[in-house]
Design a binder for this molecule. Structure first.
Ligand SMILES: C[S@@+](CC[C@H](N)C(=O)[O-])C[C@H]1O[C@@H](n2cnc3c(N)ncnc32)[C@H](O)[C@@H]1O
Length: 294
């Protein structure tokens, strides 16, 4: 790995939304930029085994399907990652030869992603847009790519940080090709309850007003339940291809004994149980890969 790779980077900026501090009512909420917590996020979420498990499950789910899609279409895919953060999966898709557009509201997050992309040996076709995803239509319309839609859209851990999460489904309707694939990963509120049951934090469960008040907290205050996401997918005519749980047991084990002391074994078991009922529905995050019917 060295820094001489050709990264076709077209970067636009225009972030306007402010970081939110856990507002109470829906009308007061704003989308949450991670600009102020980019370092903290990188270290806390991707600095260890938790992040490796998350990426291992996403890679398995997405790369198998994107390879099939590429073969069927006979060309590289056009991929969009919204709320991309460090954009690891999107960068790997670009390294596989796909044309990728990467977006985040946070310039600091995308600066980290760009530094990571610059270390790749392969030439990468990546366009970067620093702006709320809601402003992407204006950005995309200035490009030659305008007329085309995306074959694959990644939206990972974004829903729970949006003031109006359901709105992103309309955006996908506009930008996903008929029969295109949506990779939707979101925080699972059931995992919050289950972990607090295990840890004996009954006071948190009894307090229906509980909100993480720490501005650095990575526990979202407005997660969307699986059932609600499923309702949206049905209403927008998606067909679910596969669903997985991310971290279905790792975060729940207070005592790291036996196989828990072997990171490779933990990843192997997480991959296996991520697709098994009923365990997968306890994942800290859920991943749904779905195609939009023509
Ligand atoms: C929890 S991080 C997830 C990052 C990455 N997708 C991942 O799974 O690691 C959420 C990201 O969404 C970004 N974000 C929040 N609101 C946004 C919006 N309206 N448009 C684009 N990005 C947004 C934040 O800045 C942050 O980088």
């Amino acid at each position: 790995m060295h820094a001489s790779s050709k990264v076709k980077t077209k970067t636009t900026t225009g972030a306007t939304a402010k970081p939110a501090a856990a507002p109470q009512s829906r009308s007061e909420r704003t989308d949450r930029s991670f600009d102020a917590i980019a370092d903290h996020f990188e270290k806390k979420v991707y600095g260890g085994l938790k992040g490796e498990i998350r990426l291992a499950v996403l890679r398995r789910d997405i790369f198998e399907y994107s390879a099939q899609m590429r073969q069927r279409l006979g060309r590289p895919l056009r991929v969009l990652d919204v709320g991309a953060g460090l954009a690891q999966i999107a960068i790997e898709l670009a390294a596989q030869g796909h044309t990728v557009v990467i977006n985040d509201i946070s310039a600091n997050m995308l600066a980290k992603a760009q530094a990571h992309a610059a270390q790749t040996d392969t030439p990468l076709d990546i366009t970067w847009h620093v702006c709320p995803y809601q402003e992407l239509p204006a950005k995309l319309s200035t490009e030659k790519l305008d007329a085309e839609k995306f074959d694959l859209i990644l939206c990972h851990a974004l829903l729970e940080w949006l003031a109006e999460p359901a709105g992103v489904m309309d955006f996908f309707d506009q930008y996903l090709m008929p029969k295109g694939a949506l990779s939707l990963c979101f925080y699972n509120p059931a995992s919050f309850d289950y972990r607090n049951l295990i840890m004996g934090n009954f006071n948190l469960l009894d307090n229906s007003d509980y909100k993480a008040d720490n501005v650095k907290s990575l526990t979202p205050n407005h997660p969307v339940a699986k059932e609600e996401v499923e309702t949206w997918l049905t209403a927008h005519r998606y067909h679910v291809i596969r669903s997985s749980g991310l971290r279905v047991f790792h975060d729940y084990a207070p005592l790291k004994r036996g196989g828990h002391t072997d990171p490779e074994a933990v990843i192997r078991m997480e991959l296996r149980y991520s697709q098994h009922e009923p365990y997968k529905w306890l994942g800290r995050y859920l991943h749904i890969l779905a195609t939009r019917q023509a």
